[in-house]
Design a protein around this ligand. Structure first.
Ligand code: PGA
Length: 249
């Protein structure tokens, strides 16, 4: 996949044809010599995927979808988009298991089916996992994370095309964030678990949840983090560039 530091922009249900233009600034930023060790991936809504693929063509910026259906090719599934369809557009990545999709009904079983099909369509998968505030307060975080990994990655033996995004649910869009000590502890746990279970030498784990251009100065100190999944702040190109600049410097 890549061993560059990842910045993944999750635009969620945001953006129109006009907003695509702001990405030009980020593309320009990605071309600078000092930014050669970072990888930027935009995950806009389906309506903008084609536009993003076009605007990022022949650049180092990649594109991902925010979800893909659990059937691989085509069929009578009104309102759904298959991983094959996404791949054929020129998209390389797909987010699966985001808590906002799990809230809509994606169970671990569905997440697992989606991942298997996305991988067989040759997409790189960004698997989101994370605990609720209740689970955190009951000291259940590691138990939950392990369960989500076990069921989400059932029957998958190789995770070389999978990025794990650790996103505490209570942290998404709230401005609340774990302490660095708690984050390091959870990241070390996840790394160790993935190394053991999948014999993966270097599992890729990124952090998501309220990442902004202020808390980034603390977050970047955590060596175990391989990148960031940025929601709200990524829709503003100035803030997104600021986050990247502050991480690198
Ligand atoms: P946020 O979202 O940065 O707005 O908290 C992150 C995410 O849901 O991926």
């Amino acid at each position: 996949m890549t061993n560059k530091f990842l910045f993944i922009a999750n635009w969620k249900m945001f953006g129109d044809l006009k907003t695509i233009k702001t990405v030009d600034k980020v593309i320009k930023f990605s071309k600078k010599k000092e930014n050669k060790n970072i990888k930027i991936i935009y995950c806009p809504p389906y309506t903008l995927l084609d536009g993003f693929v076009k605007i990022t063509k022949s650049t180092k910026v990649d594109v991902g979808a925010q979800d893909s259906y659990f059937e691989k090719t085509t069929g009578p599934f009104t309102g759904s988009i298959s991983p094959d369809m996404i791949k054929k557009l020129g998209v390389k990545y797909v987010i699966i298991g985001h808590s906002e999709k799990r809230k809509d009904g994606d169970t671990d079983k569905i997440v697992n089916k989606k991942i298997i099909n996305a991988l067989s369509s040759k997409l790189y998968v960004i698997l989101c996992i994370g605990e609720t505030i209740k689970e955190k307060n009951n000291n259940k975080t590691k138990y939950i994370l392990r369960n989500q990994l076990n069921s989400g990655l059932k029957n998958i033996t190789n995770i070389k095309n999978i990025i794990i995004a650790y996103e505490p649910i209570w942290s998404i869009g709230t401005g609340k964030i774990l302490t660095n000590k708690e984050l390091i502890d959870n990241f070390l746990f996840l790394k160790k678990y993935l190394k053991l279970k999948f014999r993966s030498k270097k599992p890729i784990i990124i952090y998501g949840g309220s990442v902004n251009n202020k808390n980034i100065s603390d977050l970047k100190e955590i060596n175990e983090i391989d990148g960031f999944l940025v929601g709200g702040a990524s829709t503003n190109y100035k803030k997104f560039i600021d986050i990247m600049k502050k991480t690198i410097n």
